[in-house]
Design a protein around this ligand. Structure first.
Ligand SMILES: *Cc1c(COP(=O)(O)O)cnc(C)c1O
Length: 357
């Protein structure tokens, strides 16, 4: 039997994926031309279901790409003339900024503390910055930026675009899509699917900006992707299996309001549970910025290492720490595909092993 995994990406896939893969094979869709009617119909249906289940506004466009990292590149290549500005407090947000800097040397950023609540009043954003970039859920340290804060930036900077990396929260929490112009993520986190498919979601203002810039230099230039998806096609042969699996998962998951309320409740229980353990604690003390979908547990290096090893021996995978927190934390995904029984099992393990100094 495969172990129970709490790794925050790639993460546990829905068990139904086994059957969906079989169905995809039997339906013949995997050998169909990606400009044919059967593919276009699956593409159309997947977009419609995803927008409906995740409450994405009707006038936003959903584009299939291959990963969240690809979205970082598409943004810098096609949607920025000279300067994006990045608000970050961890490894993923910083990487995004660094990729963008390689393309546009003027890219800048503001590094805030993991325990700090981001606020527009506290940040000086250059007038010349065209896009404000932020990571809604920083997977490396288990912090999140609320819809209210994203909205506050939008209000303060109405003429700039707001871009949000929601890779480890899309499908797990309620995102106020109208509060930003560009959202992206990939399916191997809260959507419980195998890696290899990314979602890039954008408002009509993004399309206007892309037309103004007119970038057509790359195979994945935004306007190619955008023009193709209007016909439910893609500019290169896409991950047809990934799209099919997303369609099946979206057919079967509950609407995001329901999913999010379960995830939020479980997150509260996780933090309360950690409060009761002797030898570890939540890395993030500020309740206002704690992530709902990635819970990061801090302890002495020896304890963290030992816990991961013992857990492995019992068929449980705790996620390694990341970046700055590699040795002193482990991470627990609180993603929708993980069941209550699995959470119970890991809690029993933690209670038994971490209730000592
Ligand atoms: C996982 C992750 C990424 C990278 O996703 P890929 O699909 O591997 O490109 C980017 N940003 C955040 C916040 C992530 O959690």
């Amino acid at each position: 039997m495969s172990p129970i995994t709490f790794y925050p990406g790639p993460s546990k896939v829905y068990p139904q994926v086994a059957q969906y893969m079989q169905e995809a094979y039997q339906s013949g869709i995997l050998s169909v031309n990606h400009r044919s009617a059967p593919f276009m119909e699956i593409c159309r249906k997947t977009i419609e279901l995803t927008k409906s289940k995740l409450s994405i506004p009707q006038d936003y466009t959903l584009i299939f790409v291959s990963s969240a990292t690809e979205s970082w590149a598409i943004l810098a290549q096609s949607l920025v003339k000279k300067q994006s500005f990045h608000l970050y407090n961890g490894a993923f947000g910083q990487k995004w900024m660094e990729y963008s800097q390689k393309i546009h040397p003027q890219v800048g950023g503001y590094n805030f503390d993991v325990q700090e609540k981001l606020q527009p009043e506290g940040v000086e954003i250059p007038a010349s910055a065209e896009i404000i970039c932020l990571t809604q859920n920083e997977t490396s340290n288990g912090t999140q930026v609320s819809n209210e804060v994203i909205n506050a930036f939008k209000q303060k900077y109405p003429s700039k675009l707001i871009a949000v990396d929601a890779t480890s929260s899309i499908g797990g929490i309620i995102l106020d899509f109208a509060a930003a112009d560009i959202w992206f993520g990939s399916v191997q986190k809260c959507l419980g699917l195998p890696a290899g498919l990314g979602l890039l979601i954008c408002s009509p203002s993004v399309v206007a900006k892309a037309r103004e810039i007119g970038d057509n230099r790359y195979y994945n230039s935004f306007l190619f992707l955008y023009d193709n998806i209007q016909k439910f096609q893609t500019s290169y042969t896409p991950n047809v299996l990934g799209i099919y699996l997303l369609m099946k998962v979206m057919e079967n998951v509950e609407p995001i309001t329901k999913v999010a309320s379960r995830i939020k409740g479980q997150a509260e229980e996780w933090y309360a549970f950690l409060d009761g353990l002797e030898s570890v604690e939540a890395l993030i003390e500020n309740r206002e910025v704690r992530s709902d979908t990635v819970v990061v547990v801090k302890g002495k290096e020896g304890i963290i290492k030992d816990s991961k090893e013992r857990a492995k021996g019992q068929g449980i995978v705790l996620g390694n720490g990341y970046g700055l927190w590699k040795e002193t934390t482990f991470r627990l995904a609180n993603f929708p595909a993980i069941t209550e029984e699995e959470i119970q099992k890991v809690k029993e393990f933690l209670a038994e092993n971490l209730n000592r100094q």
